[in-house]
Write a protein that binds this ligand. Sequence first.
Ligand code: URP
Ligand code: ZN
Ligand code: ZN
Length: 465
Amino acid sequence: MSILIKNGRIVTAVDDYHADIYTEGEIIKAIGRDMPMQADTVIDAAGKLVIPGGIDPHTHLDMPFGGTTSADDFETGTRAAAHGGTTTLIDFAIQTKGESTLAGLETWHAKADGKTAIDYGFHMIITDMEDDRLWEMKKLAEEGVTSYKLFMAYPGVLYVDDGTLYRAMRKAGEDGTVICMHAENGIVIDEIIKRARAEGKTAPKYHALTRPTRMEAEGVHRAISIAEVARVPVYIVHLSSADALEQVVLARDRGVHAFAETCPQYLFLDHSYYEQEGFEGAKYVMTPALREKWNQDHLWRGLQFGDLQSISTDHCPFCFKEQKELGLNDFSKIPNGAPGVENRMSLVYNGGVVGGRITLNRFVELTSTAAAKMFGMFPRKGTIAVGSDADIVIFDPNRKETISIDNPCTHHMRVDYNTYEGTEVQGFSETVISRGKVIVQDTEYVGRKGDGRFLKRGYYSGIKP
Ligand code: URP
Ligand code: ZN
Ligand code: ZN
C-alpha cells in the first residue's frame, strides 16, 4: 500500500515548506518535489496543510470512575479522535489498590486490544506502591509503559499520600521514566466539600467553588518539590489556573525538570458555564474545575513562552442523561470529566493560530511533537520525516465548521452533548492517515476497528534530573 500526497504545505514543529510525501507500507519513504513514484492512492493537498497526526497524551476511555464508566470505549473514542486529526493517544491503565500494576496493565490491554482506530499507549495510574512492588515499575517500562500518573486528589479513590509519591517518583527517576501528576490538595478540598454539603449547597457550581486554584497551586508546588528531591522529570497534567502555572514557572526558572500540559477546556471555557440554568452546569463538572476567564490569558502566555509544553484533552466523557444525573441532588456525586478528544486540533488551531496567539509551528508542537518527545515516541511519531510512521493529517486551514451534535453534525464521540456546542472553528481535519492507511477521507471514517496498535513507548529522552 502506497500513498502520494501532492502539492501540500508540510508543517512540522520546525519546518514549513511545499513538497510531496510518498508513503509505503506504514512509514514515510520519501519527501521531495516532482517525485517520479507511482502510488496506489494519490491525494491532492493543494491549499491544505500537511501536518503530523495529532497526539493526545491524556484520555480516559472505558474508565470506571465516579460510580459509572466513561462513555467512550476504545473503539468509539479512538474513532472520534481520528475524525479530529489525532492518530495517537495515551490512555490510563489503573492499578487496583493492593493488586499488581502488571495485572492492571493486562486489564487495560484487554479493553483496547483489537478495538482501536489509531495507535495508543498507556500511562499507569499507581494507587499504591509499597517497597515490595517497586520492581514492577521497571517491568512496566520494559512493556512500553514508561510513564505513571499519581493523584493528589480524590481521597479514597485514586489519591496516594506523599510517601507513596516519593517512593514511586524515586523509582521512576532511577528507571528513566516520567511521572504525570494530578496536582490538587484533595484532602483539603474534601473538607471544603464536606462543609458545602452540610450547608445544603448541592448545585453543580459548587464543584468549582469547592476547588480553589490555590489548592491546585499547592499541589503543583508540592509535586514539583518532591520530584526535585526524587530526581525525576514531572509532568503536571491538566493545569488549569494562573496560580498553578506560576509554580511551574518558578520551578523551571530554578532549573527543575518540571513540565505541564493544559487542555482546551481551560483555554476556551470558564467558570460562567456553571451558572447555566438548572443542572446544565453538570456538563462542565471536571477536575480541575473551569476557572475565572482571566486565567486563560496566563495559560496562553505559558503556551507562547514554553512554560506549558503540550495540549491534551483529558477526554473523560459522561452522558448528561443518566451519568451526570447521578449528581442531580449532590454536586459531589456528578462524575468528573468531559468530552473533547475530537475537537482539540480545530479548537487549538482556531483559537491559537487564527487567533494570533501561537505560530503554526507551535501549533504542531503543542498538539503532537511535544508529547511524542515527552513520552518516548519521537521521531517515530510527532513529525513528518523519512522513516517516521506515516501518521499524517491533511488539514484545511480555511474550512469553517460549527461544532455540534445536531444537524449538521460534527460529533462522533459517544456522549449526548458536546462541551463546545455551537462554537465556530476555522481549520478542520479532512483526511487522516494512520501508519500509511487512510482512515478518514474527506471527513468520512473509512478505517476499521483494530487498525490501531499498542505502542511500546521508549524511555524519557530529555536530560535526566
Ligand atoms: O475530571 C476529570 N479530569 N476526570 C478524569 C480524571 C482526571 O482527574 O484526570
Ligand atoms: Zn487528573
Ligand atoms: Zn485525566
